[in-house]
Design a protein around this ligand. Structure first.
Ligand SMILES: NC(=O)c1ccc[n+]([C@@H]2O[C@H](COP(=O)([O-])OP(=O)(O)OC[C@H]3O[C@@H](n4cnc5c(N)ncnc54)[C@H](O)[C@@H]3O)[C@@H](O)[C@H]2O)c1
Length: 355
């Protein structure tokens, strides 16, 4: 199958692309390259030799000839969404829909959207299934709800969108992110000896390893169309619905000498939800998601040691999306709409210098 992965140069994309290639697919990438040079260990391999493309500028000819598009390209978390709600809407909603319409016009039959369990937002402690009412509590979560709704209206005999509502990801990637909870707590424990919680640790959060997200993408991409047409699937494992304080304890167990601490005034977090993953596992009984949070923490610890990860790395802009965006804006490389500035797309060396 010929697959175009939009957002192939990010945290999940850099793991998904080789995963799909290893499964025998022909994969290209399409990305504006906001995090070029933000590498953890060796640079990720290129999916295809395409120039930087913004999904807000895509046309049908950019997606012609593919059997499927997997859309990961987005401003990928809540702090980025708060930074500029209008830019979040323009990339995450308008950009994704432009890509989907281009795909449909070009005759691409499948469109797999990287949605998020965060659209359940403030659901509370009852596990929510795909048909639950949605309570997004951030602009980021709102765009995920709106994209799913709009993609659904494009679904017909020629175009099958599928919505993978991923739990919060964890695990090592050549484009590591430290603004997600498991990766963050493990890194802070290793570099400071403290597992520092910004909330009181009581919120429930569903978690999933990025390799297991890749397994779900592969299953949906290869499934008969009638199984996945206009369907949403929560992606994760029931046992990886955990309270943040449990993650902190697992991190302490994996990082000898570390202890839990709480940020001053830490209270409960608005984002609090448990997720029911039955539909995914009933639909794809052979899926075999295999990572546990404990194994993921141990993997991260091993990779942090392997790449000689330091406190300076921890506080750098390389692994925190909002910091990196602010740095690119401050350096004049991109504007407030997160478009590369008119002096042209900067050479890699210039971007690397800005890190
Ligand atoms: N990481 C998680 O915990 C998680 C959980 C649920 C859902 N998701 C979703 O999965 C997707 C990927 O997440 P990630 O963690 O890999 O994020 P990421 O920020 O690491 O990667 C996003 C990629 O999209 C690209 N991009 C951003 N704006 C673009 C634009 N206008 N045009 C083209 N490319 C653009 C970036 O350059 C980057 O390479 C996102 O849609 C995110 O919302 C992630």
């Amino acid at each position: 199958m010929r697959i175009l992965v939009a957002g192939d140069r990010g945290y999940i994309g850099c793991v998904l692309v080789p995963f799909l290639q290893a499964a025998g697919h022909d994969v290209d990438g399409l990305d504006t390259g906001l995090y070029e040079g933000c590498d953890f260990g060796p640079s990720p391999t290129e999916a295809g030799s395409r120039p930087r493309i913004d999904i807000r500028d895509v046309d049908a000819h950019d997606v012609e000839g593919y059997d499927a598009v997997a859309c990961l390209a987005a401003l990928s978390n809540d702090p980025l969404g708060h930074f500029s709600p209008s830019t979040t809407y323009s990339v995450n909603l308008d950009g994704t829909l432009r890509l989907a319409r281009a795909a449909k016009a070009a005759g691409v039959g499948r469109f797999v959207f990287a949605s998020s369990c965060s659209l359940y937002g403030a659901a509370g402690s009852e596990a929510v299934a795909e048909d639950a009412e949605l309570f997004p509590v951030t602009p980021y979560g709102e765009t995920k709800v709106l994209v799913e709704r709009e993609l659904s209206s494009l679904a017909d005999d020629t175009f099958s969108p599928t919505y993978l509502r991923n739990a919060t990801a964890y695990g090592a990637s050549p484009r590591l992110r430290l603004d997600i909870v498991v990766n963050n707590l493990t890194a802070v424990a290793l570099t400071t000896g403290e597992v520092r919680l910004e909330s009181d640790g009581s919120p429930w959060r569903p978690l999933v390893h990025i390799e297991d997200i890749s397994r779900a993408f592969q299953a949906v991409l290869e499934a008969p169309l009638d199984v996945v047409h206009d369907e949403a699937f929560n992606v994760g494992l029931p046992e990886d619905n955990v309270q943040i304080r449990d993650v902190a304890e697992m991190v302490c167990a994996a990082v000898p000498g570390s202890k839990v601490s709480f940020a001053e005034g830490a209270g409960p977090d608005l984002r609090n939800y448990r997720v029911d993953f039955s539909k995914l596992h009933d639909t794809f009984p052979q899926l075999g998601l295999r990572w546990t949070v404990k194994d993921g923490i141990e993997e991260l610890v091993a990779r942090y040691y392997e790449h000689h990860f330091t406190y300076d790395d921890f506080i750098s802009s390389r692994f925190v999306r909002l910091r990196r965006i602010n740095q690119l804006i401050a350096g004049g490389f991109i504007n407030e709409e997160l478009r590369w500035t008119l002096n042209g797309i900067p050479r890699s060396a210039e971007v690397a210098f800005a890190i």
